[in-house]
Design a protein around this ligand. Structure first.
Ligand SMILES: Cc1ncc(COP(=O)(O)O)c(C=O)c1O
Length: 370
């Protein structure tokens, strides 16, 4: 078989999330039901009348227009709809990287890009978000070291999974400058944008900051609609055409019903309602989680700035895979080990669902770190 790294976090989740009593590995918020999304009879009727043929390959014009509205200066020609944000990342990196190319990759991160960089290109070089007394920040020296003449693309996740960190304007500028210095592309996975914890100001996007930018995102996290499997990429028209060539080899089109439902979700007024719902869930649940963490002397954490995920460090003499394995097999609680994000002794916990259930699960997990 051709070699590719196992995407360990996704494998862990797909193997176990449905088997454990407490799945705290999920990184989104409690999803909307179809009934909640289709709230009037007209929308319900329209959905029931939908012919189940193929939709447009790149997504319907109206869905793309609504997505484009979320990115200043973008038009329908700058958007393509994919099956999840993960497909957008796949076709973006497939389009950019070929043997001989290197990917500079921010860690910690959702490691899809890390594996794809090694698969499509020659290597993935990492640069870090580092944790200091004031929280997370970008190590700009490491960024500059990770980017060299062979670097074809720089990939970031902003807001970040798993830390919930949001890059400052200066850090975004540093990334753009370092990428432009060697003519590299920026692939910005912004799937948590819109799920800010302490502000209603949406996280700034990389779109428009350089000519060579591909933004990837979708409805799975900040919009609470992962089951639709709707993602997108935003890029120049020529770049979108390149992504489309790959999309013809992957899934051809989004699902017809998903495209129709994405249209409803991304209509600008509804989009803002959905994001406000997500922020409401996060703001209600986070204080409960913080209160719980504060009672555990072995745990430290930095408050996330966005997303329904918290990254928690622990001070215990055991590696994160082993600890999380033990918690899963002995307490039937699924957390994600720090090592699966490029970190060390820590774990990610999702807090976007029923918070009382989450706290009960954490109490159980704490039997392994009293
Ligand atoms: C940063 C990031 N990008 C992409 C994805 C995948 O998104 P989707 O479920 O829309 O394919 C995830 C899922 O956890 C994620 O955390």
């Amino acid at each position: 078989m051709a070699k590719i790294d196992v995407f360990e976090m996704e494998r862990l989740q797909s193997l176990y999330w449905h088997e454990v009593e407490y799945d705290l590995s999920e990184s989104g918020v409690a999803p909307l039901s179809l009934d909640e999304l289709l709230r009037d009879d007209h929308a319900r009727r329209a959905l029931l009348d939908t012919g189940l043929g193929y939709p447009l390959s790149e997504g319907s014009e109206r869905t793309r227009a609504f997505v484009a509205e979320w990115y200043d200066g973008a038009g329908v020609e700058n958007v393509t709809i994919t099956n999840g944000g993960s497909e957008a990342n796949l076709v973006a990196l497939w389009s950019l990287l070929e043997p001989g190319d290197r990917l500079a990759f921010m860690v910690p991160n959702y490691l899809q890009g890390w594996g794809l960089g090694r698969h499509f290109g020659d290597a993935t070089d990492t640069f870090a978000l580092v944790r200091g007394r004031d929280g997370w920040s970008l190590d700009v020296d490491a960024l500059e070291r990770a980017i060299g003449p062979g670097t074809k693309a720089v990939m970031v996740c902003n807001p970040n999974n798993p830390t919930g960190y949001v890059l400052t304007a200066d850090e975004m500028d540093a990334i753009v400058r370092a990428a432009e210095h060697v003519g590299a592309w920026i692939v910005a996975d912004e799937i948590y944008r819109g799920a800010e914890v302490d502000t209603d100001r949406t996280t700034p996007t990389f779109w428009g900051r350089s000519d060579r930018v591909i933004v990837t995102s979708g409805l799975s996290k900040a919009f609470g609609l992962p089951g639709l499997r709707v993602g997108w990429a935003v890029a120049s028209q020529e770049t979108i055409a390149e992504l489309w060539i790959r999309h013809d080899y992957t899934t051809l089109t989004p699902g017809m019903l998903s495209d129709s439902l994405a249209q409803i979700a991304m209509e600008p007024a509804r989009r803002e309602e959905l994001l406000a719902r997500t922020r409401g869930i996060i703001r209600t649940n986070l204080p409960r989680l913080e209160g719980w963490i504060a009672t555990k002397p072995a745990l430290t954490y930095v408050r996330p700035r966005a997303g329904a995920i918290a990254y928690v460090d622990y001070d215990l003499p055991i590696g994160s895979r082993e600890l999380i394995d033990r918690i899963r097999t002995q307490q039937s609680v699924l957390l994600v080990p720090g090592e699966m994000f490029g970190l060390g002794n820590g774990f990610r916990v999702g807090f976007g669902f029923d918070i009382e259930h989450t706290i009960k699960g954490l109490d159980r997990a704490a039997l392994s770190f009293p």
